[in-house]
Write a protein that binds this ligand. Structure first.
Ligand SMILES: [Zn+2]
Length: 205
């Protein structure tokens, strides 16, 4: 597997980029990861990088984007934060990855058994962590409205999905650059959920 060149990146469409992520996760779950010479990739990326994707995912140690999508050096921008929430710095980083460097797809990736989601349901308050749980909690009324009988445990996957969708809405609403690039089909913005029990990513389309 060779390192992405500027030309490779230019020729990739957002749809093809999505396919690359799907194929990568398939390889990961089939234990067929590509044979990469990472030290060679260090050399090949010294002068610059041409990643095809920006992935905003949780900091959870079980969900590293490069590994679960079987990607090498120079392939993806990986933005990781508890609960895959959005703030201005994350929007700015995403704008850098797409508008400035040319990535074709933005993915917000949640995962099962997420501590930030559970913490939001339990209303955990702890130092600055409260800022994360409060942000996730904003999705809770909507989820409870549509599933009034759900137990706290049942709420976890529901809130995880709603939180991903909310993050995508915030990217669109708070970044004229990203929403414009999406309108002109320069990029695609998609969501998904990683299952920590199976290694599979469910792509929301
Ligand atoms: Zn998490």
């Amino acid at each position: 597997m060779r390192t992405l060149t500027k030309e490779d990146q230019k020729n990739l469409t957002p749809d093809r980029s999505l396919t690359l992520l799907k194929e990568g996760n398939k390889r990961f779950t089939n234990n067929l990861k590509l044979n990469r010479n990472l030290l060679q990739q260090v050399n090949e990326t010294t002068a610059g990088q041409n990643p095809f994707a920006v992935i905003i995912s949780c900091m959870d140690s079980r969900a590293p984007a490069e590994i679960i999508f079987d990607q090498g050096l120079g392939d993806i921008f990986s933005i990781r934060i508890a609960g895959n929430i959005i703030n201005d710095d994350i929007i700015g980083s995403t704008e850098f990855g797409t508008k400035a460097v040319g990535a074709k797809i933005v993915m917000v990736l949640g995962h099962s058994s997420c501590g930030a989601i559970n913490g939001a349901i339990q209303n955990v308050q702890l130092g600055k962590l409260s800022s994360v749980t409060d942000k996730v909690r904003r999705c809770l009324p909507k989820v409870k409205d549509t599933h009034p009988k759900a137990s706290d445990n049942d709420l976890i996957p529901l809130l995880s999905k709603e939180n991903v969708l909310q993050s995508i809405r915030e990217l669109r609403e708070n970044s004229p650059i990203l929403s414009e690039m999406e309108k002109t089909s320069e990029i695609k913005i998609v969501g998904g959920m990683y299952d920590i029990a199976t290694g599979l990513v469910d792509f929301y389309e």
